[in-house]
Design a binder for this molecule. Structure first.
Ligand code: GDP
Ligand code: MG
Length: 439
């Protein structure tokens, strides 16, 4: 990161909206950061254009300055682009689940087969079978057999004189006899993509009907990773990607390029040579790594947190003045929801742990959506003055939110209890709440 951007980002002043000027300056640096992280050039161009559009003229969150706001948008967008959440392994409804590898020579296919099989064996007590179908690379079969012996996982091989297609057929038969629950097909690679290799992989896929075809890509190959992904993606119905060698000093831009080119989720990352060095891929962590702005992102998170505290202080003030209404109720629940179960949170307040009112306060995520729908059906007047809500209004709310009337009644009761409890707390009966809410 350049000195300039660091300064702009750390200086906590800006307000208002993101201007064209802010955008131009910050996006230039972001573009450099992405290219430096080895994100493919076309992907960078597309990504930057997309973010620019999203960021242009957005309101700047309180506590952030324009540069921080843009970095936040970039970070969020990176995370979303890479899949937002970890993608699990596809599993077949009947055994065996078949996992086929694909990738260039040296990408880490054989190592990943061993790692993933070992993970399933230890975590799920799975009984995998590894099929050695790389007959070209000298010692490829030995390599898999040695790994299998060390990890106590059976390996099926037929030497180097049998066609890989026949090895796969025989291996699958063996797995059926042994009732293995997972079959891994370790395939050959080449230094570069060629027609013969692709045909062989396509044939193996036709024979095995794999539940997963995992493209294995070496993260250290940087800009070339996108080309590789494009090549394999054109011939095979890839289901996911394993990005290896992230223990190296790469910033991991390949993750973004590959996702962009293939549209397929990255499922695992290799972080070393040992069998345990395989991790689930987390888009948000990769986003921070690609941006290389760890401290800046921490700063932004902190600013956001401070902002939340300010918001809480406002609500606490309302409770003190006994003007806590349904708008606050929802705002409060939203914040609390992000911290964990309501009951647990309230129990943290001194004196609250044994409060009988808590027995009735139990709000999970689904319920929360229902509560929000009910509040959403209220008129502004009803939200601000809950005492207006008489039985006929309750019926209207139930119909409007598509929830049973008992639920509306229960919510209003909960709200009343909460209001009462908060009044008590803020009036000193339960001295801890002020502290808890940052007061
Ligand atoms: P294949 O040709 O695709 O089967 O690749 P291999 O599995 O034989 O791996 C090639 C080399 O990369 C071997 O020396 C592996 O130990 C190494 N390797 C594989 N995955 C990783 C990884 O995540 N981190 C590191 N540092 N090395 C790896
Ligand atoms: Mg291999």
């Amino acid at each position: 990161l350049t000195e300039r951007l660091s300064k702009a980002i750390k200086n906590l002043t800006g307000r208002g909206r993101v201007s064209e000027e802010d955008l131009r300056a910050t996006m230039r640096e972001i573009r450099l950061a992405l290219l430096e992280a080895d994100v493919n050039y076309d992907t960078v161009k597309k990504f930057v254009a997309n973010v620019r559009e999203k960021a242009s003229g957005t309101d700047i969150m309180e506590g952030l300055n324009p540069a921080q706001q843009i970095v936040k948008i970039v970070n969020d967008e990176l995370t979303i682009t890479m899949g937002e959440e970890a993608a699990p392994l596809n599993k077949s409804s009947k055994i065996p689940t078949i996992i086929m590898m694909a990738g260039l020579q040296g990408a880490g296919k054989t190592t990943t087969v061993a790692k993933l099989a070992y993970k399933l064996k230890t975590e799920e007590k799975a009984r995998p079978l590894l099929i050695a179908a790389d007959i070209y690379r000298p010692a490829a079969i030995d390599q898999l057999e040695i790994l299998g012996r060390d990890l106590e996982i059976p390996v099926f091989s037929m030497g180097t004189d049998v066609n890989p297609r026949d090895i796969v057929r025989a291996g699958l038969k063996k797995a059926a006899e042994n009732k293995n629950d997972y079959v891994f097909i370790d395939t050959a690679g080449r230094l570069q993509i060629d027609e013969e290799l692709m045909q062989e992989l396509k044939d193996i896929a036709d024979i095995a009907h794999p539940d997963e075809i995992l493209l294995t890509v070496d993260a250290m190959t940087g800009q070339n990773a996108a080309e590789t992904a494009k090549g394999f993606s054109a011939s095979l119905d890839l289901t996911g990607v394993v990005l290896t060698k992230l223990d190296g000093d790469t910033r991991g831009g390949a993750a973004l390029s590959i996702r962009d080119v293939t549209g397929k989720p990255i499922k695992f990352v290799g972080q070393g040579e040992k069998p345990t060095d395989l991790d689930v891929f987390y888009p948000d962590r990769m986003a921070s790594r690609i941006l290389g702005m760890g401290d800046v992102l921490t700063l932004i998170e902190k600013a956001q947190r401070d902002f939340d505290e300010e918001e809480q202080e406002k609500q606490l003030e309302k409770m003190r003045q006994n003007t806590f209404d349904f708008n606050d109720f929802v705002a409060q629940l939203k914040q609390v929801q992000s911290m964990g179960p309501m009951e647990d949170l309230l129990k943290m307040i001194p004196g609250m742990a044994n409060n009988p009112a808590l027995a009735n306060i139990n709000i999970d995520a689904k319920q929360f959506a229902h509560l929000e729908a009910i509040v959403g059906s209220m008129t502004p007047a009803e939200r601000e003055n809950p005492d207006l809500i008489n039985p006929s209004r309750r019926r209207r709310l139930a119909a409007g939110a598509g929830r049973p009337i008992v639920e509306v009644n229960r919510m209003i009761k909960q709200f009343d209890q909460m209001r009462k409890m908060m009044n008590q707390a803020t009036n000193g009966n339960f001295g801890g709440i002020d502290k808890m809410m940052g007061g």
